[in-house]
Design a protein around this ligand. Structure first.
Ligand code: BG6
Length: 254
């Protein structure tokens, strides 16, 4: 495919990350912190890999974020019946970057279907328990857990907490525990230990191991520590799509 020839110069870096973490890697040229087209190219590579591996009646669960939005923009009409679900409910994102929005747009672009998870960000313990008993919620949760493919972003811990307008208490807890990375609403320290998690329903970290493929998409030098932390615990069925500047920072920090 076109990007393989274009980016073959990163084979060595891809191999180094694979040897270190046991995760397959695709690297695009540049730094997505500084150049939006690099983020779009990570989206294209992910879209291409996903479209190659999808089969009829497959289901895909996605998280939110600006990188996932680029993945959705890269998708094409497919001759397959694909179901898209949001990986987790209510994580406090602006509506355009919410998993619900991204999965609806992926379904629209591919001609597939989608399910939405209606879970607010801040729920009391009792309403949370009640929500979990709602048949509509149970049905979506079931589809999420059964999903064959996962596509997710990785964020810098403190940036994500601020973007979600987390409380001062949560922010200081994250700082206290040296949180560096975030994925699926889980916050990790540099060793990949979970130091905090957003209380919401949907995919749990332990659900990942059984999936056909997991695409983790994140780039930019500013995310290097976050990606590195996530790689410490990333399931081996993960395929990381990242950019040159993140990949170099991950390897140089060894
Ligand atoms: C959020 C996800 O929507 O996007 C996070 O819930 C993820 O898990 C984040 O880390 C990544 O955002 P972006 O904009 O950096 O791609």
């Amino acid at each position: 495919s076109h990007y393989l020839t274009l980016y073959s110069s990163f084979n060595h870096l891809e191999d180094e990350i694979f040897n270190q973490y046991g995760v397959k890697v695709h690297i695009v040229r540049g730094n997505s912190d500084k150049d939006e087209t690099v983020k779009a190219e990570m989206g294209n590579v992910t879209g291409e890999l996903l479209e190659q591996s999808l089969y009829d009646k497959a289901s895909v669960s996605v998280t939110g974020g600006s990188t996932m939005a680029k993945v959705s923009e890269s998708l094409h009409p497919l001759d397959k019946d694909i179901l898209f679900t949001p990986a987790r409910g209510g994580l406090g994102e602006n509506v355009v970057f919410q998993a619900n929005t991204i999965c609806a747009s992926m379904a629209n672009r591919t001609g597939g279907s989608y399910k939405v998870l209606y879970v607010p960000d801040q729920v009391s313990e009792s309403s949370y328990e009640t929500l979990l008993k709602e048949p509509a919620v149970i049905e979506v949760l079931d589809a999420i857990r059964r999903s064959d493919f996962i596509i997710h972003g990785i964020g810098d811990a403190l940036k994500m907490a601020e973007r979600r307008k987390s409380s001062d208490e949560v922010l200081s807890q994250l700082k206290h525990h040296h949180a560096v990375g975030e994925a699926f609403g889980y916050y990790f320290n540099a060793k990949g230990e979970v130091v905090h998690r957003v209380k919401t329903i949907g995919l749990q970290l332990e659900d990942l191991a059984t999936k056909t493929n997991i695409f983790a998409v994140a780039g930019g030098a500013s995310k290097a520590d976050a990606i590195k932390a996530y790689l410490e615990i990333a399931p081996k069925n993960t395929i990381l799509v990242t950019d040159e500047s993140a990949a170099k920072a991950i390897i140089n920090a060894e």
